[in-house]
Ligand binder design. Structure first.
Ligand code: ZN
Length: 259
């Protein structure tokens, strides 16, 4: 496979990603927070930018589009059908939705609609990699800005059903803080403790915590564990209306918002 992925840490804690086709010396950039550092990375690697893929409309994920489009005329800008209706992504040229496929570096990337954080949130999944934006983080999930807990539950369930070895590239470096919350929810879960130590060591050494794997999330991310007894117990002590997974998720999310 010609594809490889390079995370670009931008702003305070954002990740943009270069999807690189080494054979064709081409790249897609996903969620360009800002333009100049992306252009510098492309130029340093001798890559031609073919497209910009957006997971959602928030400014820290689309802020670089104008600068990139100015430097690379006719670059394709892909975002959701929902965000196109609201003209929420600058210079969008292509609208995609659940079930659509994008080809890059001989890999078919499947578009998943994953509403919750925003109503038009997308994930891009292909070649054993998933780009989950602000829907699924390592050890956590995004805030509910536009969608309902039931929508986010369905979105997280759909991501959780991907192969366990899927590598997850997420929108922010929130891993340590997320795992600190996960430990509060499940103090007896040794996998959370081990992951927290590993993530802290990576960050202390100046490295990114991405990518993670879905298998690790199944074992330690409370937002994917709304059916686990200890998670349900924490949620019911923190205001969950019932044992329904959407109510558990809503209570967890509220507790994390206050954490
Ligand atoms: Zn966001």
């Amino acid at each position: 496979m010609a594809l490889h992925v390079e995370p670009l840490p931008l702003h305070h804690d954002n990740y943009a990603y270069l999807l690189i086709d080494d054979v064709q010396a081409q790249a897609v950039v996903l969620d360009p927070t800002e333009g100049a550092p992306v252009l510098a990375s492309l130029s340093a690697r001798g890559l031609r930018l073919t497209a910009i893929w957006c997971t959602h409309h928030h400014p820290d994920h689309v802020g670089g589009i104008d600068a990139l489009a100015a430097a690379v005329p006719r670059v394709e800008v892909v975002a959701s059908v929902h965000d196109q209706k609201g003209a929420r992504v600058p210079r969008q040229t292509r609208a995609v939705d659940e079930g659509d496929t994008l080809e890059f570096a001989d890999v078919a990337f499947h578009v998943m609609a994953v509403p919750g954080h925003t109503l038009g949130a997308l994930a891009y999944v292909g070649g054993g990699q998933a780009f989950t934006g602000d829907t699924l983080f390592l050890g956590g999930c995004g805030r509910l800005f536009e969608g309902t807990a039931a929508q986010l539950l369905d979105s997280l369930d759909a991501l959780a059903a991907l192969p366990a070895a899927t590598r997850l590239w997420v929108g922010h470096e929130y891993t340590v803080r997320n795992l600190e919350f996960a430990r509060l929810v499940e103090p007896k879960n040794a996998i959370i403790e081990a992951r927290l130590e590993a993530a802290r060591a990576l960050r202390d050494a100046g490295h990114a915590s991405v990518p993670g794997t879905l298998a690790e999330e199944h074992a330690s991310n409370p937002f994917l564990r709304t059916r686990a007894a200890e998670v349900r117990e924490f949620a019911s002590k923190n205001g969950a209306e019932s044992d329904a997974p959407a109510h558990i998720l809503a209570a967890l999310r509220r507790a994390k918002d206050r954490f």
